[in-house]
Design a binder for this molecule. Structure first.
Ligand code: SF4
Length: 310
């Protein structure tokens, strides 16, 4: 029999809060986010087209798939793990079906849907629906198998650290983010977890480093490690599961430099195109000034400033 968990949940629930006395960035940019910085770092042109020029993106099922799995997992954890696998799957599938239906209304031509390969749009949508169900189940089975080892930390406005919103100041920049999950381990460790429904490892753990800083600012404890969690069975039949990262590399100074440089570059309208393997799954590939379709890409090529807020 294990000892009881050390956190006093009732105290912790109250402590998590958004920080309000941070810098406002001006009328058109309210804040930066971790995903903005990672998108910008991956390809400045893709960032410019999506965030600045607001060019229309090719539809994808994978983003709805990811959100649906996150939703099913969050609901399962918020239920205090009382929900059955089937109930969580039903919620995730309902979320997916609604998201796909809405997107199809805007983009009824399946040929426009990006699938990341030669698969047809409608086949990808059906395959991902099955994956939503599978990955929700994989997570729940995994969480229950390790329930004696870790639990989701009972902190935050929802009473459970799932999809936890934060706003902190990094390098003079207001940064908004959402942490998929903070785990509390039996040995007292606290760790941010980001759930990845895709196959690729992110090239950097900067995202987890920012989460560690947000946890420290809100809860007074800085996690030294964090993980990406892949609810996916690999070709060899094993679960990919957690990929851990040392977060001590992501010091306050390093994070401040990254966000401050990103902020300065965007204010100066600097967007560098970085053609790579990622182009294959880039939702802005039609509009891109390097890879785009002639006659289409020119529409957005000159836009380097966000529209002024009315
Ligand atoms: S197609 Fe490639 S180079 Fe062009 S915006 Fe997308 S990722 Fe960048």
């Amino acid at each position: 029999m294990c000892s009881s968990w050390s956190t006093t949940a009732a105290t912790s629930v109250r402590r998590w809060c958004a920080i309000s006395d941070v810098i406002e960035l001006g009328p058109t940019i309210k804040h930066r986010s971790v995903s903005q910085l990672t998108t910008y770092a991956q390809c400045g042109e893709s960032y410019r087209l999506s965030k600045v020029a607001k060019a229309p993106e090719r539809p994808t099922a994978w983003s709805i798939h990811g959100s649906a799995v996150h939703f099913g997992i969050e609901e399962y954890e918020l239920s205090g793990r009382d929900m059955t696998i089937e109930q969580a799957q039903e919620l995730a599938l309902d979320y997916y079906d609604k998201g796909i239906a809405e997107e199809l209304e805007q983009n009824p031509d399946y040929a426009r849907w990006l699938t990341g390969g030669n698969k047809k749009g409608e086949t990808d949508i059906a395959d991902r629906r099955a994956l939503v169900s599978d990955q929700t189940k994989i997570y729940i089975n995994y969480a229950e198998a390790h329930s004696d080892e870790w639990r989701v930390w009972p902190v935050g406005p929802k009473g459970m650290a799932c999809e936890l919103e934060f706003t902190i100041e990094i390098g003079g920049v207001k940064v908004l983010g959402y942490i998929d999950q903070i785990r509390e381990y039996r040995d007292g460790r606290i760790a941010p977890i980001d759930i990845k429904t895709g196959t690729k490892d992110p090239g950097s753990a900067m995202q987890l480093g920012v989460y560690a800083k947000a946890i420290e600012e809100n809860m007074g404890v800085r996690p030294e490690s964090g993980a990406f969690f892949f609810p996916r069975i690999q070709r060899n039949g094993t679960l990919k599961g957690e990929v851990w990262h040392d977060l001590t590399l992501w010091t306050d100074d390093l994070l401040a430099t990254e966000f401050s440089n990103f902020d300065k570059a965007e204010r100066a309208g600097i967007y560098i195109a970085s053609p790579s393997d990622f182009c294959r799954v880039c939702s802005q590939q039609d509009n891109c000034r390097v890879k785009g379709i002639p006659g289409v890409k020119e529409r957005y090529a000159e836009i380097t400033q966000r529209p002024q807020a009315s």
